[in-house]
Design a protein around this ligand. Sequence first.
Ligand code: THG
Length: 373
Amino acid sequence: MAEITIGSRIKKSPFYAATIEAGVTHFTIYNRMYMPTSYGDPLGEYHRLTSGVSMWDVGAERQVEILGPDARSFCDRVSARDVSKLKPGRARYAPICNHDGILINDPIALCLTEERWWLSIADGDLLQHCQAIAGSEGFDVDVFEPDVSPLAVQGPKAADLARDLFGTELVETLGFFHHREVELDGIAMVVCKSGWSRQGGYELFLTDGTKGQALWELVATAGEKYGIAPGTPHHMERIENGLLSYGSDTDDDTDPIEAGLSQWCDMDRPFVGRDAIAARHEEPEHRRTLVNVYVDVVDRNELWTADQPYPASVDGQPAGFLRTAVWSPKLTRFIGLALIPRRHAEPGTYLDIGAAGIVTGMTVTDVPFGVSL
Ligand code: THG
């Protein structure tokens, strides 16, 4: 079993010490930070997330702050989604492309004030991209990383916990993707009703990195009566419920349409990458698409450690990749996401996979995994 070296080149979140103390067993590297991916009990963590409440160190979802008179127009220029009318106190999922139309991140954009926005980023160097575009196109903004670290509280009991922490008024008035500045026991944060699960919950954007331990303890203590325990963003739950993992489900040549994000792309505006995306899809049959698949697995225990993605084929010809595969506790079978040529994306199509005999094949389905039949 290989291990990862912990050192100063990779940044630690303000909750890092608390996660070690809480028994984290697995990290991934995300935005050049350590991000917990398991505390050693994937199924237990899944069930706590789907039936109780779970707390996650997602400090690696770094912020890019856009500050200045052109903050709004700048965010609208880099975002494939129209954010030109986003109000202060609101957030929006906002895919971002490079000039070639390739998806390079899928942050949540938070409008704090007219002139102050955060892009809460997935795994990719969005800071440099934004700094370069702000400079080259002459936007009157500063683009930098602020001291902000999200702690997610997710699960059906997250609202009860939030009520105990922040009061009934906040829980009853804060809608989905709304946020507000709050101070709790001298800890300043922005509370947003968001998070990378479909179980409901909040993200506490800590705005003072010296208070990570204090915030962690506050949430853990208040959550005791709801059976809270540390968890992590969870692939079983998010694949069941159709949330994209940029970089897991996509590769370096994926545009947002291929990634299934067309509903978040407002193509009638001149955002960075718009023309290139349109050109890529002039001949849509030459493009790929991300599909849900049922996965045939020989050795269930091997899948946890096997390397992904898996190359797929049809009639011996290469046919894209199974990007991500997991056990679904809800459907009691293996499911996954595959990035494959459109011509093979018809529901019911079977694709071969030769991943050292662990995964043998997959069948495309158009049934959303989150729907109980
Ligand atoms: N929280 C924060 N930052 C993040 C994530 C997060 N950065 C990276 C990653 N997650 C971004 N990915 C997503 C993907 C989907 C959603 C949120 C983050 C999401 N989508 C809803 C949907 O698809 O229905 C709502 C979209 C909308 O209404 O705008 O929630 O989780 N801080």
